[in-house]
Design a protein. Structure first.
Length: 312
């Protein structure tokens, strides 16, 4: 009897461990501004992201580098530290704000002191075992970094479609606004995915240039298969990872993440939502009956999980 009791307790512990949500490591860098107004804007945006990410929940590990801390040495140290701490089940979100440069062959993110190249950033992120990674490069010329940064398991968003779009960008402004506007959560999941944020920021960026009657000098793109060409909208398998990757919880989900009694259930809910999104993307390749069977089972389990959350 005691053996059965111990086995039952062990099963409960393992179930809770399996339901525990992976950690998210956020790294935000406000690079060299060059002019006072850019310095103030980049730093302010980085500080706003810092507050948003820290409020996301206890599983958020937030590093923000701005002002004198925005150096290649500090960024390298931060990513190396995450490489020692993160596990395969975790997520990494690296956000670059500022100016970039591209000489026709190599992209560099402009920092105080020596700049850092896309090759160096890729090498540092390659050593981080996080199962999913998102790099959001909002700088000028950021399109020149996509091919170097991409790899399976890593999504890359760039404010410009090529390295030749070298004017200062506004994409970062609207990427921030995306997480401050509850309307970004188009599927009403109380969380904002990378794809929802991209769609919001891209639309706002387009509207900005139209309202200013200016020729657009930036065209945001993304690549999340690790092997394709950057695109401006989901097509084929492009966009699948972005749609599944939660960047920020909001509303009820954020409150639940900060409630120990609800945390495991929230993790289960998010896993089910990811599964449902994945089924929808894979629908064309599945037998219709099997698709309906798996989707129905996932939706029912999601409903039961939501009921348990509501009761608590």
């Amino acid at each position: 009897m005691r053996t059965l009791l111990r086995l039952g307790m062990l099963a409960t512990v393992l179930a809770c461990a399996a339901g525990a949500r992976a950690a998210t490591y956020y790294v935000t860098v406000a690079g060299l501004g060059g002019e006072p107004d850019y310095e103030q804007r980049f730093t302010a945006e980085a500080n706003d992201f810092d507050k948003l990410f820290k409020a996301s929940g206890p599983d958020a590990h937030v590093t923000t580098l701005a002002g004198a801390l925005a150096t290649r040495a500090h960024l390298t140290e931060a990513l190396q530290q995450i490489a020692r701490q993160a596990g395969p089940q975790d997520d990494l979100i690296l956000l670059l704000i500022g100016h970039g440069s591209f000489d026709g062959e190599q992209y560099k993110f402009n920092l105080i002191g020596p700049d850092i190249s896309a090759e160096d950033l890729a090498a540092l992120c390659d050593k981080i075992p996080a199962r999913r990674q998102l790099i959001v490069d909002t700088t000028s010329a950021s399109g020149g970094a996509v091919k170097v940064l991409q790899r399976p398991g890593r999504a890359v968003i760039a404010a410009t479609k090529t390295g030749t779009e070298k004017n200062a960008t506004v994409f970062a402004r609207y990427w921030l606004e995306a997480f401050q506007d509850a309307g970004t959560d188009t599927d009403k999941s109380d969380s904002i995915s990378a794809l929802e944020a991209f769609n919001y920021a891209d639309k706002k960026t387009v509207t900005f240039y139209e309202s200013q009657k200016r020729l657009a000098t930036e065209h945001a793109v993304f690549e999340d298969t690790g092997k394709g060409e950057p695109v401006r909208a989901p097509e084929g398998s492009e966009g699948q990872m972005l749609s599944r990757l939660t960047v920020l919880r909001i509303g009820a989900a954020q409150k639940e993440a900060n409630d120990p009694a609800k945390r495991a259930l929230l993790a289960k809910k998010e896993q089910l939502e990811e599964k449902i999104d994945g089924l929808k993307f894979d629908k064309a390749a599945m037998e219709p009956g099997e698709y309906r069977k798996q989707l129905t089972a996932a939706l029912l389990e999601l409903a039961r999980t939501q009921q348990e959350l509501d009761k608590k």
